[in-house]
Design a binder for this molecule. Structure first.
Ligand code: AMP
Ligand code: ZN
Length: 112
């Protein structure tokens, strides 16, 4: 996935501000934060979008959510929103699966 920006971030070919890393996933702060705290959690393996997930990816997705909870505890977040935009109409602009984690302000529902 030579041209994928998030693969390059996971490989450290593009600089980012890290939040957490292990062998399966990487978390880093969003360049254009939409809340006082806004970071992204990505699997290191390239998966284009949530539409490409199958049963074999269940442990990886569960791991990403466990990482989100761990980082949230470490950052002292007791309330946060996790968002995955899937497909262009839903607002996906980077086609490497990622979980936005937003916190630090009141959130509205439904989302726009
Ligand atoms: P989405 O629009 O849901 O695909 O989210 C992509 C997110 O990636 C946006 O919130 C962007 O601000 C963020 N983003 C794009 N390039 C970078 C980068 N180099 N470092 C950190 N965040 C980025
Ligand atoms: Zn990728």
């Amino acid at each position: 996935m030579g041209e994928c920006i998030f693969c390059k971030i996971a490989n450290k070919e593009i600089l980012s501000k890290p939040v957490y890393e292990d062998e399966r996933c990487y978390a880093f702060y969003d360049l254009d934060p939409q809340a006082p705290t806004h970071f992204l959690v990505i699997p290191k393996r390239h998966i284009a979008s949530a539409l490409d997930l199958g049963e074999d990816d269940a442990a990886l997705v569960g791991h990403c959510y466990a990482v989100i909870a761990k980082v949230a505890r470490e950052l002292g977040l007791d309330s946060y929103r996790v968002v995955t935009n899937c497909g262009e109409q839903a607002g996906q602009t980077v086609f490497h699966l990622h979980f936005h984690v937003l916190a630090g302000r009141d959130m509205t529902w439904p989302p726009g």
